[in-house]
Design a protein around this ligand. Sequence first.
Ligand code: BEZ
Length: 211
Amino acid sequence: MAIQLGDVAPNFTAPTTQGEITFHDWKADSWAVFFSHPKDYTPVCTTELGYTAKLKEEFDKRNVKAIVLSVDTVDDHNGWSADIEETQGTAVNFPIIGDPDRTVANLYGMIHPNADNTMTVRSVFIVDPANKVRLTLTYPASTGRNFNEILRVIDSLQLTDGYKVATPVNWEHGDDVIVSPALSNDEASELFDGDVTVVKPYLRTTKQPNL
Ligand code: BEZ
């Protein structure tokens, strides 16, 4: 069965460009963004991995580690990494898993045979410090992902884990948030220092509480 939200992210041990990694030990109490790309030495993937490398500071601020997989070998990943640095202007600063026998790709359902029988699709798993899967995304090979959206989701998850709020459509860090429907008006007012706007009884907003 496909990996679902709330599942424990399956553990594995695999070779990577940073040596052998056991996933749960490597991530420890960090968040992780674990994503697959279809193939090394391909253009869209080159831009995705270059951009991910540029996000290192943003990931570090949020206690997030990135880890990447395709069904190519570690030797291929190492050769391609030089091209990524040359063309995208940033050295790859996260491990890329070599998975030519598809062990990890199959564990995570990253091959969708009716789309392509040989390559991984563009899967994304956001995994929290307790190793629970908090987001899954699947994109086709022809569409590069929006990694700013992945950061945005991490911001939302970290905020809503800590406060009784949810984030509305197109929310960005700093925007107003939605008060949890589980709170009464009195509870919400006390929790958010009287700063609650009631648009409808079920739609109440407040300032982002952790600013
Ligand atoms: C790419 O990364 O450009 C790509 C990879 C596989 C299929 C199509 C595009």
